[in-house]
Design a protein around this ligand. Structure first.
Ligand code: CTP
Length: 447
């Protein structure tokens, strides 16, 4: 009996998939089809898969060609499967020519002609209008956003804005972006949505004007320096059916979602203390270390280090306390924030000129979770207990530098309306703006 194996995502099942499976079956007597898990797809950078694995498996099954369906969830599994199932032929579509030649040492490899003019990516594009996105600002973070956006389908970076037209032009040219503008209103007319990555003090104004022009907004943190401003923006977005997301990328990383779920599962008992630290020694002449008004450690990292407390202990803290070490020119070099809750506490530590261990520790009545640096991308974490021999290790999937998850969420929200809860809710974002406002007051008093 000749055994054939093939693999795919089979998202939004289409004629190309059907033809491929039919021809794969015709190559032998017994066809095994491997369907990828969501985690494996994410790990490969496919973050916009629409159908669940159950639905994708069901669609493959209903063709009647598969004698056996298996799940593919890790790199290297193809070799394992070929040996385990005694496979004679491995086959995939011609878009993969060359990629799987290494399997020739285990079985025959056949690339079948791909059906022209159909793909899941194309159907996703047709089902969901491509979001034309404009970028405000041309700073260091923007090239990272652009390269990560390539992994998210349904998005087209079409325009860049900088009040200095020459900078906008040079940036658009360097990054192959079609249009550029030095006039914000004109820029807004060209786009469906904006990503705002301009200096901190301009986020609020750009966000407000974009929302008022009916555009969805993904804005770098902090969106606003006061609770009232933040509330105003989120209320406006909500009442006008617009997506407003603060770019705290940790909130969207799959590993952070998993960490929250583990923490909330009760495995460490009741959560009593959340301690998060994020420090990076910024260049001596950088904005972070020279701008006493809008640079400094809290405004740089506070959104990250407060996030775990907001997610796990909530927004009803009863007291907030700040301690800051200032540079000679009044720049916030290191800030420690202490939050008091009725039955718990939290600490956030931030540094741009003082280096510390970048840990996240969540302490509970039965044990604790330790996520080492870079916990803000949550590549791994451990659950530990009094008995030091009892440790649970987690290594969630993580690709790129974390941006793609945030961008993918932004596009999903724009396409899917209110279906899913926001991963960073308006309530949490407003509470963080409230803390930012108190921080600004603390700083004004101490300088
Ligand atoms: N396939 C094909 N003809 C097409 C599309 C896909 O023969 N027009 C084949 C692929 O080569 C692969 C299998 O179908 O062997 C599963 O492909 P999958 O990656 O799930 O589908 P795509 O439509 O290529 O998905 P995407 O656009 O997300 O890459």
């Amino acid at each position: 009996m000749k055994k054939v194996i093939t693999y795919g995502t089979y998202d939004l099942f289409h004629q190309g998939h059907y033809n491929l499976l039919k021809r794969a079956k015709e190559l032998g007597d017994y066809l095994i089809v491997g369907v990828t898990t969501e985690h494996f797809d994410e790990a490969r950078g496919k973050v916009n898969v629409v159908d669940s694995i159950m639905k994708r498996i069901e669609n493959v099954r209903s063709t009647g060609f598969a004698d056996e369906i298996i799940v593919e969830d890790h790199q290297g599994q193809k070799i394992e499967d070929i040996q385990k199932y005694h496979v004679d032929i491995f086959t995939v579509g011609s878009d993969w020519v060359g990629t799987f030649d290494y399997l020739n040492q285990f079985c025959q490899v056949i690339y079948l002609d791909r059906t022209p003019n159909v793909s899941s990516t194309q159907i996703r594009k047709n089902n969901f209008k491509i979001v034309d996105i404009g970028i405000v600002g041309t700073g260091r973070i923007v090239p990272r956003f652009i390269s990560e956006a390539k992994y998210v389908s349904g998005i087209n970076i079409c325009c860049t804005y900088n009040p200095e037209l020459d900078s906008a032009a040079a940036f658009a040219n360097r990054h192959d972006i079609e249009n550029f503008s030095g006039d914000y209103d004109e820029f807004l007319e060209r786009v469906d949505a904006v990503y705002i990555a301009s200096p901190n003090e301009t986020h609020y104004d750009y966000t407000k004007r974009a929302l008022e022009a009916g555009k969805h907004v993904l804005a770098e943190k902090p969106i606003a320096f006061t609770k009232e401003e933040s509330e105003g923006l989120y209320n406006y977005a909500m009442t006008h059916g617009l997506v407003l997301m603060e770019a705290v990328k940790t909130a969207y990383c799959p590993g952070f979602q998993q960490l929250l779920n583990v923490a909330k599962s009760g495995v460490i008992g009741e959560i009593k203390d959340v301690e998060a630290c994020f420090t990076r020694l910024a260049a001596i002449d950088s904005r972070e270390r020279t701008d006493a008004d809008f640079g400094g450690s809290f405004l740089e990292f506070g959104s990250y280090t407060l996030l775990p407390a907001m997610k796990l202990l909530g927004t009803d803290f009863t007291d907030v306390n700040f301690k800051t070490i200032y540079g000679e020119d009044g720049v916030d070099l290191y800030t420690k924030v202490e939050l008091t809750y009725p039955n718990a506490m939290a600490t956030s530590k931030n540094g741009v000129a003082i280096k510390s261990e970048g840990n996240l520790v969540i302490a509970g009545t039965e044990g604790y979770i330790l996520a080492p640096s870079p916990w803000w991308l949550t590549k791994r974490f451990e659950v530990r207990f009094e008995d030091e021999n009892k440790v649970e290790f987690y290594e969630p999937p993580f690709q790129g530098d974390g941006f793609r998850y945030e961008i993918s969420e932004f596009v999903l929200k724009i396409n899917g309306g209110e279906k899913n809860a926001y991963k960073l809710t308006a309530k949490e974002a407003i509470a963080m703006a409230d803390i930012t406002e108190r921080y600004m007051e603390h700083r004004a008093q101490n300088i």
